[in-house]
Design a binder for this molecule. Structure first.
Ligand code: NAD
Ligand code: WQD
Length: 338
């Protein structure tokens, strides 16, 4: 079994490559390194003791991509590559539509030409229409996205559904991630955002490491138990293993299926800060700030379908997420450049 991983040097991609290699599958990774370092995969290879061919290329370069498909006989593809900063997508929509959509079309064309018809896609809980009752099942309404980033996920889901419908034998899983956090327990690979982190957990770990002074909590007046927003955080190792389970499912099924990858349990920002302090014995100074535009009060998954159909559940606790995030940051205070 040989799997092509696009966006392989990134945060979720690198953790997934590790789980695929541990499963005994062969992995080939591509990435344009616009938001990641090849050091992540060097470390994955070191941790697993297995080779991991990596090609630095932009997915929109159809010639270069075609050469990779010519060189290996892939049994499946996992498509992580894309730009993912919500706020940046509002300021630069064409960058996001251009990169994320063209990359996917280019990948699908290469797959059709090579006769490879099995693909997992990194979708997001952000495709769900705001205001739906919680927890969110896969059949909850989608659309009404609050950012161009979210719309790219929504559009790519449709591109893949249509491509599978037009190519009998294709099998597609649209995986809607909730909030991935944490790192491999070795502390050798983890999340390494460039610049000021947009997301909560990397901001917390950078405050703990002394790289930032204080966390600003974006809003304390939401309609939630403690007034701060509630999200479904899941450990990135559980998420990576969800991809192994979904790929095994695709080996046996054709057509398109959608799966939530989340825990089904929501935690507030205040609970996250408290859990991080408790798990690691460090203090996180914070101040209350105004709401961040586009945030919703609460969102969490109904993961029942993933459990019953894929046999997958998120097993790691909030304490594991906090401990492993800090273990990675402490060992690599400047990320992969340390
Ligand atoms: P990441 O930025 O670490 O990984 C994405 C990778 O894609 C990066 O390494 C980047 O260099 C690469 N890339 C971007 N455009 C490319 C192109 N044109 N050609 C080749 N490579 C390209 O992000 P991540 O957190 O690992 O996310 C992986 C995927 O999961 C993304 O598609 C993201 O939208 C999706 N996702 C992430 C989250 C999250 O909270 N991290 C949640 C839901 C969905
Ligand atoms: C979590 C909570 C913030 C930073 C985003 C994308 C979503 C998905 C995951 C890709 C919110 C609060 C944050 C800070 C804070 N990505 N916060 N201070 O917004 O749930 O989801 O990442 O698909 O599409 O929108 O995650 O980590 O940014 O925020 O108070 O410095 O932490 O307001 O309530 P979010 P997040």
């Amino acid at each position: 079994m040989t799997v092509l991983v696009t966006g392989g040097t990134g945060y979720i991609g690198s953790h997934t490559c590790l789980e695929l290699l541990e499963k005994g599958w062969d992995v080939v990774a591509v990435d344009n390194l616009s938001n990641s370092s090849p050091e992540s995969l060097r470390r994955v290879s070191e941790l697993t003791g297995r080779p991991l061919p990596f090609f630095p290329l932009d997915l929109r370069d159809e010639t270069a991509l075609g050469q990779i498909f010519g060189r290996y006989a892939f049994d499946g593809v996992i498509h992580f590559a894309g730009l993912k900063a919500v706020g940046e997508s509002v300021a630069q929509p064409l960058e996001y539509y251009g990169n994320n959509l063209q990359s996917t079309v280019s990948l699908c064309r290469a797959m059709v030409r090579a006769g490879v018809g099995r693909v997992l896609f990194s979708s997001s809980a952000t495709v769900y229409a705001p205001g739906s009752p919680l927890p969110l099942g896969e059949d909850a309404p989608t659309g009404g996205c609050t950012s161009p980033y979210g719309w790219t996920k929504w559009m790519i889901e449709q591109i893949l559904r249509d491509t599978a419908a037009a190519n009998p034998g294709w099998s597609v899983a649209l995986l809607r991630y909730f909030n991935p956090v944490g790192a491999h327990p070795s502390g050798r690979i983890g999340e390494d955002p460039r610049g000021i982190p947009n997301n909560l957990m990397p901001y917390i770990t950078q405050v703990a490491a002394g790289r930032r002074e204080c966390l600003t909590i974006f809003g304390g007046d939401y309609d939630t138990p403690d007034g701060t927003c509630v999200r479904d955080y899941l450990h990135v190792v559980d998420l990576a293993r969800g991809h192994v389970a979904a790929m095994e499912y695709l080996l046996e099924h054709t057509g398109t299926e959608t799966f939530n990858l989340g825990t089904g349990r929501g935690y507030s920002v205040r609970e996250m800060v408290d859990a991080f302090e408790r798990a690691n014995g460090v203090r996180i100074p914070w101040r209350m700030g105004p709401r961040r535009p586009g945030d919703v009060a609460a969102i969490y998954a109904n993961p029942a379908k993933s459990r019953s159909v894929l046999g997958w559940t998120a097993e790691r606790t909030l304490e594991d997420m906090c401990r492993d995030s800090w273990n990675w940051q402490r060992q690599n205070p400047q990320g992969y450049e340390t």
